[in-house]
Design a binder for this molecule. Sequence first.
Ligand SMILES: [Zn+2]
Length: 135
Amino acid sequence: MGSSIRKKETMTNTDSTTNKRGRGALRKEITEHGVSMYVRRGCRCDICRSARYQQQKSYRKRSDEVKLRLDPTPLLQRLEATGDLAEIHRNKRQQWLKNGIDVYWADYWCIKFGYHPSEIFGAAFYQLTNEEEAA
Ligand SMILES: [Zn+2]
């Protein structure tokens, strides 16, 4: 995808392309590669694509936070058994017990203590992450 000309453009600094056309409105609007360049100029260089990816990922994370929750009991039991329970603040544990633990944080904490989330939560973890993929 993309002609060699396009590629050359993205390799060099954007200034060289904007200077050719003079310092127009485009330059004022978009000064560097990133999400705006991706959306408005249709640039698909590595920088723009990864910026866009990060944006969508964080958006998805926020919107899913409410529904993707697990019962924290297996994780708490495991940490209690290994004596690591104190690593997690009491307030946080109570919140988990009350609201469930967000799947992203479940992932985070399991990995932090050296477990794979499925090892702790079993099929429930995969069920939630699959729902996320499908959404
Ligand atoms: Zn770009």
